[in-house]
Design a protein around this ligand. Structure first.
Ligand code: ZN
Length: 479
């Protein structure tokens, strides 16, 4: 299953610890400039140095704003667009700066054709004003009337569910509310299935059939949504579909479009294989499995081939589309079967994460690291941290000596004393180790995130999600 996320637009992440990437990036890289820029603008707006309140939209872009736009454009799109998303979410909608930035980027995103890589074609979502049209229409939808109380029911269910183990009444209440929520979910699924497709058609988007599913949990616990390559299903996390009132949120809109970008890619891959294999379905499914590791559903395959026939008049891929398809086959393969180095990093990080949570307990280090002796302990820490910091290496030696002294001691009282010394050293070392493990996990997380974002299919889907969020958020705020 392919895993994709747009949680509060804090970046798609492959797992939970990474979803602060956007914040930390803003702090670390563009941070100072971004903060300064925002601060200066707020200042000037507050002191009335910029024109406002005259009912006219600001038209001229001042030098500072121009510099800022230039700075944003120099970042890779994923970064610049995530900053803009954040600004759209945080900024004051009457802020002349935000309005100027919004106008400038709307103009650029709707008039500029993205530069193709190696003459590859580009996602139809990134062309012209497609995303703007889609997000505006999406944001004009209201959920079906009879599901209006969804977020209230959901909140009550959550409370009852949390209390269900202690209280039989809560358990019964949770079950009742769950039934109600299931009914609402089905209605909203139906609503999305019925309303999103015409919006896409209106915007001139060509896609084979897909369907929405609202689910209680996703394979990736940090995700809001996922796209299933094998059957063309967009799974939306229940909490994301049910939250906040009467309209689908900008986040939901962005997640949907991110996943639809993957659906578009998937259709292209299937077309590529169909061209290559002259629509031999069995060979196509085998080849698909070998390429990207999913058992392509008969129904999706049939749907794509029919769509290719009827909507695209059996047109084979152009040279540019072919190049784009090959890039996706490679990048999905890399996701399905990561190189050994990446797999090792992932495993190391998983281990770090499981130990980090355990380090809050009072159990001794050997217990926490699941080792039996000082030698194993050192090896394990070397594996986890790649290199044991000097200070910790020394402390490990001191602890080891104390442990040996404890073992060797015969006299009752002296053994007791030694044992409490070991405990003290063990505790001190645990306190020093935890931040080391934390920071190593963060470093690995950032490296894995970079690998994740570098894959061709995410390089394309992320701007789709960010831009959608930006447009949808501005629209949501005007509502
Ligand atoms: Zn994705």
């Amino acid at each position: 299953m392919d895993v994709h996320i747009d949680r509060d637009q804090n970046e798609a992440t492959e797992d939970q610890n990474q979803d602060k990437k956007s914040d930390s990036w803003i702090e670390n890289e563009l941070g100072a400039q971004c903060a300064q820029f925002k601060g200066e603008q707020t200042n000037r707006e507050q002191t009335g140095q910029t024109k406002k309140g005259d009912g006219k939209e600001p038209s001229d872009i001042d030098t500072k704003t121009e510099e800022f736009i230039k700075l944003l454009m120099e970042q890779n799109p994923d970064r610049s667009e995530s900053v803009l998303s954040q600004m759209a979410a945080e900024g004051n909608e009457r802020s002349p700066t935000l309005i100027r930035l919004a106008k400038e980027f709307e103009k650029r995103w709707t008039s500029e054709q993205p530069k193709p890589v190696n003459e590859q074609s580009v996602s139809q979502f990134l062309l012209g004003d497609t995303l703007q049209k889609i997000s505006n229409q999406f944001e004009s939808l209201s959920w079906p009337e009879e599901t209006k109380d969804a977020s209230v029911i959901y909140a009550e269910w959550l409370r009852a569910q949390n209390d269900a183990n202690n209280n039989p009444k809560s358990r019964i209440r949770a079950a009742e509310l769950r039934e109600k929520l299931n009914v609402i979910n089905t209605k909203r699924e139906k609503f999305l299935n019925e309303h999103i497709k015409p919006i896409l058609e209106d915007a001139g988007v060509k896609l084979p059939d897909f369907q929405f599913k609202i689910v209680q949990s996703l394979e990736n616990r940090a995700a809001d949504s996922e796209y299933e390559m094998a059957n063309g299903t967009i799974s939306i996390l229940e909490v994301s579909a049910l939250r906040q009132g009467t309209h689908p949120t900008a986040i939901l809109c962005a997640s949907t479009m991110h996943e639809l970008a993957h659906h578009d890619q998937n259709a292209l891959i299937i077309r590529e294989l169909a061209d290559e294999l002259q629509i031999n379905k069995d060979r196509l499914r085998l080849n698909y499995y070998e390429s990207i590791g999913h058992n392509l559903d008969e129904k999706l395959l049939k749907g794509v081939l029919q769509w290719r026939d009827q909507v695209l008049s059996n047109k084979p891929l152009t040279e540019g589309e072919h190049k784009r398809a090959i890039a996706f086959i490679e990048s999905f393969h890399d996701f399905f079967k990561p190189p050994v180095e990446t797999s090792l990093m992932m495993r190391q990080r998983e281990q770090l994460k499981s130990y980090i949570s355990a380090f809050d307990s009072d159990r001794p280090i050997n217990d926490l690291l699941e080792v039996k002796n000082p030698h194993q302990r050192e090896r394990k820490l070397e594996y986890l941290l790649d290199k044991i910091p000097e200070e910790i290496a020394q402390d490990l030696k001191i602890l080891e000596q104390a442990e040996q002294a404890e073992q060797a001691e015969q006299a009752e009282q002296a053994k007791k004393d030694m044992s409490s010394r070991v405990k003290k050293l063990d505790k001190e070392l645990r306190d020093k180790l935890k931040p080391e493990l934390d920071s190593k996990a963060a470093v690995l997380g950032a490296e894995l995130m970079a690998k994740y974002l570098a894959r061709a299919h995410e390089r394309e889907a992320h701007p789709v999600g960010h831009r959608t969020y930006f447009f949808a958020k501005l629209h949501e705020r005007r509502r």
